[in-house]
Write a protein of this length. Sequence first.
Length: 423
Amino acid sequence: MAKNSTKPLSHPLLLLLILIAHTAMMVLVIFSFGINAEVVKMAAAVLLADIAGSVILQIVQREACTVDTVMLLVIGMSTIYQSCFGGLSFALKHYVFGLAAFLMCQISYAVTRNPYRAERWKPAWYVLFFALVAAILLLTGSRSMWIDLGFITIQPSEFVKPVFVLIAASSIRTQLNKKTFLGIHFVPDNLMLILCTVVIAGLQWWCRDLGSLPTFVAVAGFGFLLRFCYLREKFSVRLIVFLAGCAVVAGVLAWKLAPAYVQERLHSDIWSDMSGTGYQQVKALTAVAEGGWFGKGAGNGTLIRVAASRTDIVFSTICEEWGLFTGLMTVILVLFLPASILTVPPRSYYHSGLAVGVAAVFMVQMTLNIFGSCNVIPFTGVTIPFISQGGSSMLSSGILAGFLKAAQAPVLTDPVLKKKGGA
């Protein structure tokens, strides 16, 4: 196989850009709070992570560094945000989970770097998927999404996302593995993806938490679209009309059969019920408006008093204190993670599937969070990757970022074929 000719970006230059960005944010924090122990602690932690992470990456590898660099930048930014909301207190827990997410990125990269091996392990991904579903059903309590261990809470549904992306990713080899039953030709891998999607929909309904369902549907939808593209299938007019009809019917049924709490959100007027169902969105919209383009200043916001200000409506919290301009730049940086694979396009169909699945997760979650906070769509309560506070969400995002990093790596020779004397 030909050697990868794409040169990695300069680590010193990337490190300099990260340090400049974080230092500029620190200066703004100092303007608001002065120099004190918490500021020094936060600055030391963020800058140390920048330098240590860049040095380690320079030593251990010289490829696929774009994802790692953006992760260091975004995690440092989110740590500064979370430390300053409504006052100054170093967000140690968020910082630790950010570092753990960076570690999970390296682990998932190592697991999926070889697409042949990763796809060959698909039966293990199915086992892990159903194990997580069983954990949600048996260990979370009364139709909940959380496992409470006392000292920490875990949300298994967050880890279903990267496992589902692994299941949705496919290659030409699996699509050519067709079976026949009662004269009907089918691909087992495709049937399993449909089954897992149905299981997720049922699980979300059972847990009374349909906010994340669009994310999983997007991953499955793009997974099937890529399967057609791999085989260069021709889309007949009849097929397109049939699929469009199915989508319309599914949308109407979902609208009509949605549970009562979903119906309430779909038909509620937040401005007529500002102290009830519309409370969070009204406060979030007001905070964005009061923050303007450049914000009230770090620590000067009041949205922190509202529930989920650090998680589900964190975009509005950022806009209030740091301004809409900074909020939009943060969104662009997070979206640059899946977009970064364009700098070194995937070299295998399986890695393309992983990259598209991760892009679907990140983009849909960002859309649901921001549009929900701003009342463009009903409030869903999903997080923004790497920005919202939350351990399970942070670790899951780190795993997904590792898939992106793997998609940038050179394709390795299939170890099984190599042993047999093949390619």
